[in-house]
Design a binder for this molecule. Structure first.
Ligand code: NAP
Length: 261
C-alpha cells in the first residue's frame, strides 16, 4: 500500500461545489476558479441577481453553475438552498464557507447588534451550511470543506466581533476535521491578510482614507510587496478542495504575503 493514493469512487470529474458569499470578491473568484477546474458550482449569496451575474460568467467560460439565493444565518433558507443545489447540480461534496460581513468599531463603542450580526454570519452561517451539506459528503465518503478565517483572528484593533468570529472559525474547522475525517471529509481554514475587495474598500472609507491610500499603507507592511487579490485566495481554496489534498486536514493556512495582523 505504501505510496498509493486512495482511490475515490466518483473520480475527479463533475464534483459539486457550494461557495457562499459568491456574488463578489473572494467568493466570486473562488467560484470561477473551481468551475475552471471542472467543478459544478453553486453560486450562493443574498442577492439572486448578483449570483446570476457570476453564474453567467462561469457558463460563458464553458463551466457549469447554479445561482442560489440564501441568507446563511437562516436555518430554513440554508436547508432549502442545499436541497435546491442537490436537485439542480447533484449532491455537494465541496463547501466553501466564505460569506462574511464586518461591523467594525472599538470595543467600547461596539453595539450588541454589531457583535451579533458578525458572529451570526460567520459562525452560525458556517455551522448551518456545513451541517446541511456534510450529510451528502458522508454519504459519498468524500468531502472538502474550506472555511474563510482571517489574520484578524490573531487580534485586530476595532474588530473584536470579527476577530472572535474568525478565531471561532478555526476551532470549528479543527472539530469538523476530527469528526468528519473518518468519512473521507477534510476541513481546512484559509486565513487571508489584506485582499483588495469591496470589504476592504469599506474599511478604507470607514477610516476616512481613499482605497488607494489604504492599499498603499497596507502594502508598505507586506513583505511580498503587493496587496492580495481574490484570485490569490481562490487558488489556495482550489488546492484544498482538490482530490489530491486528502491528507491535508484541520489546518489553518495564512495567505497574507508574510504579514501577520
Ligand atoms: P465581500 O466582498 O464583502 O463579499 C462578501 C459576500 O458575502 C457579499 O457578496 C455579501 O453579500 C455576502 N454575504 C454577507 N452576508 C451574507 C449572508 N448572511 N448570507 C449569504 N451571503 C452573505 O467580502 P470579501 O472581501 O470577498 O471576503 C470574503 C470572505 O473572506 C469573508 O469571510 C471575509 O471575512 C474573509 N476575509 C476577507 C479579507 C479581505 O481582505 N478582503 C481578509 C480576510 C478574510 P452582500 O453584498 O449582499 O452583503
Amino acid at each position: 500500500m505504501q505510496g498509493q493514493l486512495q482511490e475515490y469512487p466518483h473520480g475527479s470529474a463533475a464534483r459539486v461545489a457550494i461557495v457562499t458569499g459568491a456574488a463578489r470578491g473572494i467568493g466570486a473568484a473562488t467560484a470561477r476558479r473551481l468551475a475552471a477546474g471542472g467543478r459544478a458550482v453553486a453560486v450562493l449569496d443574498l442577492d439572486l441577481d448578483a449570483c446570476a451575474v457570476v453564474r453567467d460568467e462561469i457558463v460563458a467560460a464553458g463551466g457549469t453553475a447554479l445561482a442560489v439565493s440564501a441568507d446563511v444565518t437562516d436555518e430554513t433558507a440554508v436547508d432549502r438552498a442545499v436541497e435546491e443545489i442537490v436537485e439542480g447540480l447533484g449532491a455537494p461534496t465541496i463547501l466553501v464557507n466564505n460569506a462574511g460581513i464586518t461591523r467594525d468599531n472599538l470595543l467600547f463603542k461596539m453595539s450588541v447588534d454589531d457583535w451579533d450580526a458578525v458572529v451570526q454570519v460567520h459562525l452560525r452561517g458556517a455551522f448551518l451550511m456545513t451541517r446541511a451539506a456534510q450529510r451528502h459528503m458522508v454519504a459519498q465518503r468524500f468531502g472538502r470543506i474550506v472555511n474563510l478565517s482571517s489574520t484578524s483572528a490573531l487580534g485586530n484593533r476595532g474588530q473584536a466581533n470579527y476577530a472572535a468570529a474568525k478565531a471561532g472559525i478555526q476551532g470549528l474547522t479543527r472539530t469538523l476535521a476530527v469528526e468528519l475525517g473518518p468519512f473521507g471529509v477534510t476541513a481546512n481554514a484559509v486565513a487571508p491578510g489584506f485582499v483588495q475587495t469591496e470589504m476592504t474598500a469599506a474599511t478604507a472609507e470607514r477610516l476616512g482614507l481613499t482605497f488607494e491610500e489604504f492599499t498603499a499603507r497596507a502594502i508598505a507592511k507586506i513583505p511580498v510587496g503587493r496587496g492580495g487579490q481574490p484570485e490569490d485566495i481562490a487558488a489556495v481554496v482550489h488546492f484544498l478542495t482538490s482530490d489530491e489534498s486528502g491528507y491535508v486536514s484541520g489546518q489553518v493556512l495564512y495567505v497574507d504575503g508574510a504579514r501577520r495582523g
